[in-house]
Design a protein around this ligand. Sequence first.
Ligand code: CTP
Length: 222
Amino acid sequence: MSLFSGKKVLITAGPTYEPIDPVRFIGNHSTGKMGFALARAFADQGAQVYLVVGPTALSLEHPLVEVIPVMTANEMFAACQAKASKADIWVFAAAVADYRPKDVATSKIKKNEDSFTIELVKNVDIAATLGQQKRSDQFAVGFALETDQELENARGKLVKKNLNMVVLNSLRTPGAGFKHDTNKITIVKPASVEEFELKSKEEVALDILESIKTEWACLQKK
Ligand code: CTP
């Protein structure tokens, strides 16, 4: 029987869309594939999964997966808050928009001006905010996409967001990350760093689950 059997896992996945007016938004190229692969892997090992997902073309039907669709970062945060305390594991795989338009126009903006400025305000950091209320029996995993000082930045996120582990996506490897079916990751934990080969996102999900098991077992012995 898997260590995850009967456990509850909260996963964020996909992008968030931040509306500008009724027909336009600010978003990003995240497809949600990594988060969906993780949801399936956890559920296949007997965990009850809450998959909070931004706009995506993907779907997942599994008796142990509850899909909770959201659009904006604020909606994603509210959905996560509702599940966070009962979940044993949190996995933040979503590419949350860091900023949103300060004001959302109620009708379509017309192109009357030659230039147009949108004022943006910071969105809630879901991982960091939930991190502040994390209990010692809960385990949190974040993702990081870095271009420079990758390890240093990933370690910074462990602390800043109170995470137990950061999955670092390589931007240097062709075929890894956004829009690809493959990914090349490095797993950064407080006391170790583990590099993996380029693999399908399904295989990457299994590597992440194995790594969580090892770290979680260590924490429970403490
Ligand atoms: N994250 C989140 N809420 C946000 C932004 C990020 O939950 N508003 C989560 C992501 O899901 C990911 C982790 O935090 O697991 C790292 O996100 P990233 O965008 O790399 O980090 P930032 O804190 O936004 O730092 P920066 O963009 O400055 O590197």
